[in-house]
Ligand binder design. Structure first.
Ligand code: TYD
Length: 140
């Protein structure tokens, strides 16, 4: 585990391009453009039962862009020192997440979809799921 000094203030809100049409809208997200990393994986959370929370972990290396593709939810961020809550409620706003940030996702609206673009393939070894270990890692 290398030391990781990223803070919640390094999590950046970005405006995604909206293309309007009379029959709806479309937003494109491009690796290397809106997203600074090469996109290796896309996944989405959906059918989240009322009152359920997701997340509850940090990543050693993984970077992500998180978007409320539909509905809304709160991204609760923690870098071991600072806390920050970002309410995501538009499909054209994303949060760029560096590694080393503990996150919880809460307050999902009914039918919401959390879209995640990720810099690496899924690797359980990249997760920090124990909050005490996270705090020790971030204090190094
Ligand atoms: P996890 O990232 O812990 O979920 P969340 O942060 O949304 O609560 O993932 C939950 C499970 O889903 C995990 O045990 C393994 C599986 N999973 C994959 O197989 N591939 C993936 O890309 C992701 C994100 C999760």
């Amino acid at each position: 585990m290398h030391p990781n000094k990223n803070t919640v203030f390094d999590c950046k809100l970005i405006a995604l391009q909206q293309n309007h049409n009379t029959n709806g809208k479309i937003t494109a997200i491009n690796g290397g453009y809106e997203v600074p990393f090469e996109i290796k994986r896309v996944y989405y959370l959906y059918d989240i039962p009322g009152g359920e929370d997701r997340g509850g972990h940090a990543h050693l290396e993984l970077e992500q862009l998180i978007v409320a593709a539909s509905g809304s939810f709160d991204l609760v961020l923690d870098d071991g020192v600072n806390n920050r809550v970002i309410n995501l409620n538009r499909p054209f706003t994303g949060v760029l997440m560096p590694s080393g940030i503990w996150r919880e996702l809460t307050n999902f609206s009914s039918g919401s979809i959390c879209l995640v673009l990720a810099s690496h393939n899924y690797e359980e070894s990249d997760y920090v799921r124990n909050y005490s270990e996270f705090k020790i890692w971030k204090s190094v």
